[in-house]
Design a protein around this ligand. Structure first.
Ligand code: IMP
Length: 424
């Protein structure tokens, strides 16, 4: 029996779903615990691509139980679309997809407020996915959110929804200058979701506790990445949930003593989508080359991702705040053709070298990365399946990442397909 948490350890898009999909072969339960449909988790099996936004990637295996925890904000429309899409592709979720009664809903006004607020912020915008994530978590914290349990009681749901739409209309019209939303139209459109969602709703804390007691393997699938964490990320350029490993307990209702292992997924370089500090960001032709080689376009929004060198400072920080027990280094193959590869080992700030990640975005904007240069291995790695067969220079590069993070490398990914995964 094991309880393992897989988390993104940079700014998201580290190919977590690929690692989750690989590990899910040995798990019985796969669990999402935070975020919402802002996530775009891509799994490729035998050349076929699946992108998940809310449903755990473990659903690819017919016998796995998949859970959406209370920490997730659920857009009912996105959820139903995803279920339908999976059905069309021959994946049935009935009887093995469960959603927490306590999860909060993302409603149309959340999406409108998200987009209107971004527009209003102008050059200071966060660059959100526009999926209503921030406003939904804001309602949760303000104790006016609507939960799945409310959705199942039509009277309660109608009343809460009417109140919230009226409040949202105040913001939309008076602050953002938008048209108001039509209260009755939204109520009518959403009231029917109770029947659609009811079969999946349960007390997932009980479900997971029983699974644990019965010695089942449980895999937690994080969304986004450590540097997007609302507390520990590059605030305010973050998402609105806690994305680090500790959130797996809060977002599902299990205790920290259950957890055996935390696997941090990191790309062999760094990317970020959206605005905010990115110390090792590359510009121009070289960034474009990495973007093209790595297919660095958002799975949810299609936006081009910003690309840069591996940042040892954020990697070490991420290892600390997540308590990582091992690393999964992904997209190593993207670096196969490079003659030289740089790794950032510290930040020059005035006459000091910082090795601990600074909290202040103004400091991050005025630091200069300190790089060491590694020789590239200049050999294809995509067909390699054993760690010992990797080029020596690639192994040295991985060893350096392990040294900088003080965390062993357990998995290396050399391509997007499930098969292209190496156990170190
Ligand atoms: P939000 O989560 O839509 O509010 O967006 C806040 C920030 O997190 C923006 O910079 C987004 O680009 C980023 N973000 C949200 N979800 C993901 C993800 O799944 N991968 C990478 N970045 C994300």
């Amino acid at each position: 029996m094991s309880v393992t948490i897989v988390v993104g350890s940079q700014w998201g898009d580290e190919a977590k779903a690929k690692i989750v999909d690989y590990l899910a072969a040995d798990a019985e339960y796969v669990v999402r615990f935070q975020g919402g449909a802002n996530a775009g988790h891509t799994v490729i099996v035998k050349g076929k691509e699946f992108i998940f936004h809310l449903i755990p990637a473990g659903i690819m295996y017919p016998e796995k139980i998949c859970i959406i925890g209370n920490g997730v904000v659920v857009d009912p429309v996105a959820l139903m679309d995803e279920i339908e899409e999976l059905k069309k592709r021959g994946i049935d979720v009935e009887g093995r997809l469960f959603i927490s009664q306590k999860a909060h809903l993302v409603m149309p006004y959340h999406k409108m407020l998200d987009q209107a607020s971004e527009k209003h912020k102008g050059k200071n915008s966060i660059g959100t996915t526009g999926r209503g994530i921030g406003p939904a978590y804001r309602d949760k914290a303000a104790r006016v959110g609507i939960r799945i349990v409310d959705l199942l009681n039509r009277d309660v749901f109608r009343e809460k929804l009417q109140t919230n739409i009226r409040d949202a209309n105040e913001f939309l019209t008076k602050i953002y200058g938008n048209e108001p939303l039509k209260v009755d139209e939204i109520v009518d459109a959403y009231i029917e979701f109770d029947r659609k969602i009811d079969p999946y709703v349960t007390d997932i804390s009980v479900l997971l506790h029983d699974a644990y007691k019965n010695g089942k393997n449980i895999l937690f699938e994080g969304a986004q990445g450590a540097l997007l964490d609302i507390d520990h990320g590059t605030y305010p350029y973050v998402t609105s949930s806690n994305t680090i490993a500790g959130a797996a307990c809060i977002g599902t209702g299990i205790g920290p003593t259950y957890v055996d292992e935390v696997i941090g997924v990191m790309k062999a370089y760094t990317t970020r989508v959206g605005n905010g500090p990115f110390p090792t960001e590359l510009e121009g032709e070289f960034a474009e080359k990495i973007r093209e080689m790595g297919g660095e376009y958002g799975a949810t929004t299609g936006r081009p991702r910003r690309c840069g060198w591996f940042d040892g400072v954020i990697a070490q920080y991420s290892s600390r705040i997540n308590g990582l027990s091992s690393l999964a280094i992904t997209k190593l193959d993207v670096l196969d053709s490079l003659q030289e590869i740089k790794v950032c080992t510290g930040y020059r700030y005035g006459d000091r070298i910082l090795t601990n990640f600074p909290v202040d975005c103004d400091v991050l904007d005025s630091i200069e990365p300190v790089y060491e240069t590694h020789p590239g291995w200049m050999k294809p790695t995509t067909n390699i399946r054993r760690y010992e067969d990797l080029p020596e220079k690639a192994k040295s590069y991985l060893a350096r990442i392990s040294e900088l993070t003080d965390t062993p490398v357990a998995f290396v990914s050399v391509g997007s397909d499930r098969e292209q995964t190496i156990r170190a």
